[in-house]
Design a protein around this ligand. Sequence first.
Ligand code: C2E
Ligand code: MG
Ligand code: MG
Length: 686
Amino acid sequence: MQKSFKVENRLGYRILRWILAVALVSGVIVSAIQVALDARRVSENLDNQAKQTIAMVKDAATQAVFSIDASLADQVIDGLFARDDVHLAQILHTNKEPLSSSTRPMVESAFSPLINFIFGKERRFRTELTRNGDSSTVYGYFVVHYDTVPAAHMWLSRAMVTLTSVVATAVILGMVLYFVFYMLLTRPLLRIVRSVKQVNPELPDDRLVATPAGHENDELGLWVSATNTLLVAIGESQKRHREAEDRVNRLARYDQLTGLLSRDSFMERLQTDIDESKRNNRMLAVIVCGIDDFKSINDQCGFRAGDFTLQTIADRLVNTLNGSRFTVARLGGDQFVIVEKGLKDGFQAADTAEAILAGVNETMVVENLSVALTATLGIALYPSDAIQPDRLLQSAEQTMMLAKQKGRDHFQFYVASIDQEIRDRKHLEKDLLDALALNQLHLVYQPQVNLETKRVIGAEALLRWEHPVRGLVPPDYFIPVAESNGSIVEIGQWVLEQACLQAKRWADKGLPLRIAVNLSAVQLHQDRIVDDILDTLQRHDIPAGRLELEVTETSFMTNLSDAVAKLHTLNQAGISIAVDDFGTGYSSLTYLKKMPVQHLKIDKQFIRDLLVNEEDTRITNTIIDLGKSLNLTVVAEGVETAEQEYYLTQRGCKLAQGYFFSKPLRTADFETFVQGFHQQTVENNA
Ligand code: C2E
Ligand code: MG
Ligand code: MG
């Protein structure tokens, strides 16, 4: 903001004041001298004129007094009064008796004191009247008094003119000089001030001071260019200072050898990552990585080789773990630390740990030797293991030390139970990848019964895994694992193939059953899923109406429009769609209207306590009514008792499946069951 300073402080005004003062004082002095000289001249004039006048009338006056001619004397006196400054005139006899005398009042003047002081009130002249050639005989006297005011008034008006013109000259000169000064100095100076104010103190050389137009070559231009040179020098010095500061910062923040974050700056970053995880309600893993037996490299190959090894490992860590989810730092010595944020569960951290181990394990050439290093990792999780950065790091470091005691080339989680669970699951994951190839998977079929006709109309294909050591692994346990590592895509396709193969066999045997196959969300989001399913049906020569796909509510919520489009295509091809475990998810009418759904499967948790728990009964009733109003067939899942079956039949539920009819069965058992069940229905009807 332009600082407004008082008018009297502006340079222009100060100059104006000085010029006025000097011009006035000098003008007044000069004019005073002029006026004084003029006064002296006026004063002399008064005397001279009086003397001339007296000289002119002296003879006539002498004649008058000599011949005692009063009329001549009066004429002389009257003649004198033609001048307006004569105040008194007398022609006197020697005895001082007047022959003729006349007076006139003095002229009044406001300046009388001044006039009296300079010129006197009046000028008096008295001369003896003598005849030519005989000055010894005096016939009388001639007296005349002059009033000084008329001459003084003339002098005063001249003095006024002189003074006024001096003041006017001073003012005009002052104004002109002020304007010139403003144009030449004040205005360009103000422009420079404005320009200086726009200089950024952070980057002084970014925008230099502009030279006012027309002043490039004068003192102002010189001043601006000197200022700019100074600004550039300051800017360069600031830049050097910043660079030095950056260098010092970098040295403090980064490890010199590897270029990774140092321990201190890592701790700051960890705090930020923890705050972010807290906001996003996500897990975070701190993985401390200790190189196994690093000391022997130093001992055998020297420190330079050791440094090279650490640099190589740092590079590998950075390349393996790229992306904003990861932070890699060197703790010192042969220890690194990795933070992974945005985790859904500990299993993701285990995947990262495996990737780190694989990265470290790749062979490298040190001093012409091929070396394959290993590492041991300790993992601590936020928020379950600790919530403060130092505690988390401490836990991970301790875990790494403990893990080293047990062996090398492996990872360990801080909490033993989690470590066990994750280890188990990792094993299971590995085993599952081989399960298909090793023929450990098979399908069982659970009959679906029409409650009105009491006939088996279809079967749900359910996957079983016979693990060589663990025995039968429940699908509720291994399906999520297959979903998380993506193997469900291959396994799901295998299930579909098997189910279609079986449907075809049963159809050929005169059992035209509809087969329901569970479709995982991961499968549904595959681009090729629609083609794969239709292709499989075609290959096995199965009418599309023979296949039902069971999807859960959660599986189409992630990308609703994509799921709707795919299910529409499948449905248009003739495949029916069932919503599995209905009532446990969102159960939203909006999507139910959008989805091409034909069947609602009431989840077995509501059927289990049907008639025992009021709320479950109410939910079951609601789903049945909803099905009726939306024209969807309702399937009750997990029917275990005759009471449940009776109630559901009465309430208008169309289909049911559950242990009350049969557990999921192998194909041969299934066929036997269907025959027996239908036999019984015929008997009951008869
Ligand atoms: P689901 O699709 O809801 O399957 C029904 C589950 O209820 C089956 O468990 C079945 O054995 C069980 N069940 C049937 N009747 C009764 C009953 O009367 N009482 C009780 N307590 N349970 C009964 P299962 O076979 O263990 O399958 C569990 C889940 O695994 C299935 O739930 C399904 O979500 C998934 N699953 C099974 N096979 C596959 C598959 O091939 N692909 C996919 N994606 N998921 C599958
Ligand atoms: Mg199902
Ligand atoms: Mg279900």
